[in-house]
Design a protein. Structure first.
Lengths: 377, 348
């Protein structure tokens, strides 16, 4: 401490602490949910590096494109053709991912919480993500009536198991590829995207797709994925290949959603609550006017007084930031459990980023400095 | 009372207090207006797809294979001439569980390689099921459910629907296999919607096969639900701001409040004065905040249009504006009660 006097009263600082905590909570609630949405979306097609996605360049969302099902078939590496389709289940909007189980499991690791894994011979079965199962009270052995959104179709599926993956898939249904194709209203020769994993680089895939599409190749996935006839309208420039993370990020960027822009948006919330913090700070100074005048009269300069108040309030500011963070995490968890935290039927993962905490603390500190300068003067 | 009220309103900090509240209120107002625009666009996009008029009549809260439908087909024929009663059962085919669908009128089936089954001894097999179990036309297969029945495969169906993973038989065959003559569901096309609901008994429901409107509504509801839940944090901040505004008012007006007490003003009057002051600040602040939030969002979208040539048009419903106003007033009053109740108006 610069001055040895304990003139700041705990009860009076409490108001400032509460305002700081709640403003920080507002910032953290906004930032954590937006960043969670960004993280959940960018890692939607896999967190691991080395997963390349073949996709339809013209599609405006990752769910609406169509590419020939056997693209990249001749690359002799692990590939998972998938159809991601919106649908309605028990009056709730959900996403169903049609996959070839054997291929899908080579790319994504999922843990069966109950029941059995989906096999290639399960024609009318599905496995359900843990979050979705909890939300809609689905159990192994249940029968589900899935209604189409993009096509005039309905499907009855037997629940073979409940899985967890610690990814956005926990909010989805995983079913055989043909089920996704029915609900998408597409031909068996088309899928939404193909994920590829293996020792192959992006340019090699692009070369294969752009220059030498797999015309008339007769090789078929076991049972369910027919070959692509040579008449498919495959044109170079309509189909792209990108790393999963880069692809999803590019979709976000099309709508102006970058990590930075979301952080700026969150900071705006803190900026808008800054006047409340300034009012709270001014209140603390007004309440300590007598004490400040006494200290000034015994010879303390304004600069020393400001520095002393700042040092004394610094731990409070840090504690308020931390309290705000804890309150935000608690609130978001409660909101998530109540089923209110969903974007496109997926719950964004809530994880604390030290950068966000630092941003909040620095902002609070700056605001305190600005208020202190004005009020003590 | 009015003199005291005017005196408090003329305090130097009133403007800053109004600004503090209005900036906080601007947060949900701007977010709400942007979300409204996004939701309206989603609804417009959803409206571009005209859903087909295929419906299923089945038991309430059931699935097709568990459903039992008991309704006069004559009544249904009055609302649509395209009705297809179906019976769905699980059967065993050489150790493999298959779904068998009995259809009343097999001649409506399309995409058949071969021909449609015509009698109780014949069946069509879906393309995917046929490929999985290596079934071909002309082959005899034995299906066992409650009863066992050997049928000859006369066609392979490729309909790009769930029929492709099933065995399709005439309704009589399904009844024979299951041992009962019930109906699981009735597929109905182009019904007169208002009439059909009125003739359905209570235990049955009409399900539309394509639910784009439901999906859009659900997706929009998710965004609005989150926005509402997130607003709790905003109103908590408004409450805290109101607490400091009242505390500051009491601190800065201690002389005036003491004078009022000396002149005989009761505690209740001072409490009412502080409450009125905070409510006024909150009311002006929320009106300003709502305007600021919507205008701010619109200005930002105009700037975006200039920069990226893609803009949005944020808007706020009057009901939403009223909701924000009301919640701000409630949270402000809640925030100021503690300091206003302190004896003699001396808080902390």
């Amino acid at each position: 401490m610069i001055l040895g006097f304990r003139y700041l009263r705990f009860k009076r600082i409490l108001a400032l602490f509460i305002v700081l905590s709640l403003s920080s909570m507002l910032f953290f609630t906004t930032a954590l949910s937006l960043m969670g949405f960004y993280r959940g979306f960018t890692y939607y097609l896999g967190e691991e590096k080395g997963v390349i996605v073949i996709y339809d360049i013209k599609s405006r969302t990752p769910f609406t494109g169509l590419v020939p099902a056997n693209l990249g078939d001749n690359l002799n590496i692990t590939r998972s053709p998938e159809v991601i389709v919106p649908c309605i289940l028990r009056n709730e909007s959900v996403f169903l991912r049609g996959v070839i189980p054997q291929n899908f499991l080579r790319i994504d690791r999922i843990k069966m919480e109950e029941g059995e894994i989906l096999g290639n011979d399960d024609l009318n079965s599905a496995i359900v993500g843990k979050n979705l199962a909890e939300r809609l009270h689905i159990r192994t052995g249940d029968k589900l009536l899935v209604l189409g959104v993009l096509a005039d179709r309905y499907v009855e599926l037997d629940v073979k198991g409940i899985f967890s993956s610690s990814s956005p898939m926990d909010d989805e249904i995983i079913a055989p590829l043909h089920v996704g194709q029915w609900l998408r209203g597409t031909d068996y020769n088309y899928v939404t995207l193909i994920r590829i994993k293996g020792e192959v680089n992006q340019s090699k895939i692009l070369e294969e797709l752009g220059i030498k599409p797999s015309e008339g190749k007769e090789k078929e996935e076991k049972g369910l994925s027919p070959s692509v006839p040579s008449s498919l309208p495959l044109k170079a420039g309509e189909i792209g290949a990108k790393e999963a993370y880069d692809l999803m990020r590019s979709y976000m960027e099309r709508y102006g959603l970058t990590r930075e822009s979301l952080l700026v948006l969150s900071s705006t919330v803190l900026l808008l609550s800054s006047i409340s913090i300034a009012v709270a700070f001014r209140t603390v100074v007004a309440q300590h006017r007598d004490e400040i005048e006494v200290i000034r009269s015994v010879g303390a300069s304004k600069r020393i007084l400001k520095a002393d108040i700042l040092v004394k309030l610094l731990p409070w500011a840090a504690a308020a930031s931390l309290t705000g963070l804890l309150l935000a995490v608690l609130t978001l968890n409660l909101i998530q459990r109540a089923g209110f935290l969903q974007v496109l039927s997926h719950s964004p993962p809530i994880s604390v980023d030290p950068l966000i905490f630092l941003l909040n603390f620095l902002f609070v500190l700056l605001l305190m400095l600005a208020s202190l300068r004005g009020d003590i003067n | 009372m009015s003199l005291g009220y005017k005196m408090l309103l003329r305090k130097r900090g009133t403007g800053l207090s109004i600004l503090a509240i209005s900036l906080l209120v601007a947060i949900p107002a701007s977010m709400g207006s942007v979300v409204n625009y996004i939701n309206s666009q989603v609804e417009i996009l959803g409206g571009l797809v005209i859903p087909s008029k295929t419906y299923i009549i089945m038991s309430k809260n059931s699935t097709p294979s568990e459903s039992r439908v008991n309704i006069s087909l004559e009544k249904l024929r009055a609302v649509s001439n395209k009705i297809f009663p179906q019976k769905i059962i699980q059967a065993n085919l050489t150790g493999f569980k298959v779904r068998v669908r009995g259809i009343s009128n097999m001649s409506f089936l399309t995409g058949i390689k071969g021909r449609a089954a015509e009698n109780i001894d014949e069946a069509d097999v879906g393309k995917i099921l046929a490929k999985t179990l290596n079934i071909s036309i002309g082959e005899n297969i034995t299906l066992s459910a409650k009863k066992a029945l050997t049928v000859r495969v006369v066609g392979i169906i490729e309909s790009k629907t769930q029929l492709d993973a099933e065995i399709i038989v005439p309704l009589e065959t399904a009844w024979e296999l299951s041992g009962d003559r019930s109906i699981s569901l009735i597929l109905i096309e182009d019904p007169k919607d208002d009439k059909i609901r009125s003739i359905l008994p209570d235990n049955l429901e009409l399900v539309q096969a394509q639910c784009i409107r439901d999906f859009v509504q659900q997706t929009n509801l998710q965004t609005l639900s989150f926005l509402n839940a997130w607003s709790i944090a905003v109103y908590a901040a408004v409450s805290a701001a109101s607490y400091t505004i009242a505390t500051r008012l009491i601190t800065e007006s201690s002389y005036e409040l003491t004078m009022l007490s000396a002149l005989g003003a009761k505690k209740r009057l001072i409490f009412a004065l502080i409450l009125c002051y905070t409510t006024t600040v909150a009311l002006i602040g929320s009106i300003l905040g709502i305007s600021l939030g919507v205008a701010g969002a619109q200005i930002a979208s105009t700037l975006l249009r200039w920069i990226k040539n893609t803009g949005i048009s944020p808007f706020l419903d009057p009901l939403q504006a009223f909701q924000i106003l009301l919640l701000t007033l409630i949270s402000s009053v809640l925030g100021c009660i503690y300091p206003a109740l302190k004896p003699g108006g001396r808080c902390l």
